[in-house]
Design a protein around this ligand. Structure first.
Ligand code: ZN
Length: 213
């Protein structure tokens, strides 16, 4: 698909959805910043292959960081149900794509989220949604993990919550130490998951078992 070659149109109109960049980004806008980045790297932002890159990158970044626009409490509060169960509920292997705030590079992996309800449950699909809302922001993996746990704890008031995230950071694998297979693992354990070794081990065993199959 070739972009229109109008030298006087600095930015192509967005394909769909979002309002023109200038209206959202004030002054020069995000595309102008990206054009400066290209120039700063020694590239020619006006060459054919790069001409529409600033607009594309701006749109991609808005997508990748759309979590700022979503309210996790609103999402969960609309899907809370009374239920008389006290068994562990686990959503395992939730795909996770986030952006490291130190290098603006992706980190990618899986989240495992469990809780033991105390009279209230939340619709299954809302847990991956919650992970996504926090992941689609500039993050460090540690904070992402605790935010997910703390939000579930606050809204569900469960007996306990456990969150484990395993992720590969491109800032580690593409640059610096270049450890291709290193995985960072973070966890947040609240309530029974912190206090009760049996509960915590059950959670960790369930995650591990999924990996062996
Ligand atoms: Zn990083």
């Amino acid at each position: 698909m070739n972009p229109p070659r109008d030298e006087h149109a600095p930015l192509a109109p967005p394909v769909s959805g979002p309002p023109p960049a200038g209206e959202r980004d004030g002054a020069g806008g995000l595309p102008a910043v990206i054009r400066d980045l290209l120039a700063g790297l020694g590239e020619d932002p006006e060459r054919e292959g790069l001409r529409r890159t600033p607009a594309r990158v701006a749109e991609a970044w808005r997508y990748l960081l759309q979590g700022y626009a979503a309210d996790p409490e609103e999402v969960l509060n609309n899907a809370l149900f009374s239920e008389d169960t006290d068994e562990m509920i686990l959503i395992r292997d939730i795909e996770l794509y986030s952006m490291c705030e130190h290098h603006l590079l992706p980190f990618v992996g899986k989240a495992h989220v469990a809780y033991i309800p105390d009279g209230r449950i939340v619709g299954f699909s809302k847990i991956p949604r919650l992970v996504d809302i926090y992941a689609r922001r500039l993050q460090v993996q540690e904070r992402l993990t605790t935010q997910i746990a703390a939000t579930l704890d606050r809204l569900l008031k469960p007996v306990g919550v456990g969150v484990v995230i395993e992720a590969t950071h491109l800032c580690m694998t593409m640059r610096g130490v270049q450890k291709q297979n290193s995985v960072a693992v973070t966890s947040a354990m609240l309530g029974a998951f912190r206090d009760d070794r049996g509960t915590r081990n059950e959670f960790l065993d369930l995650i591990r078992r999924g990996r062996d199959n």
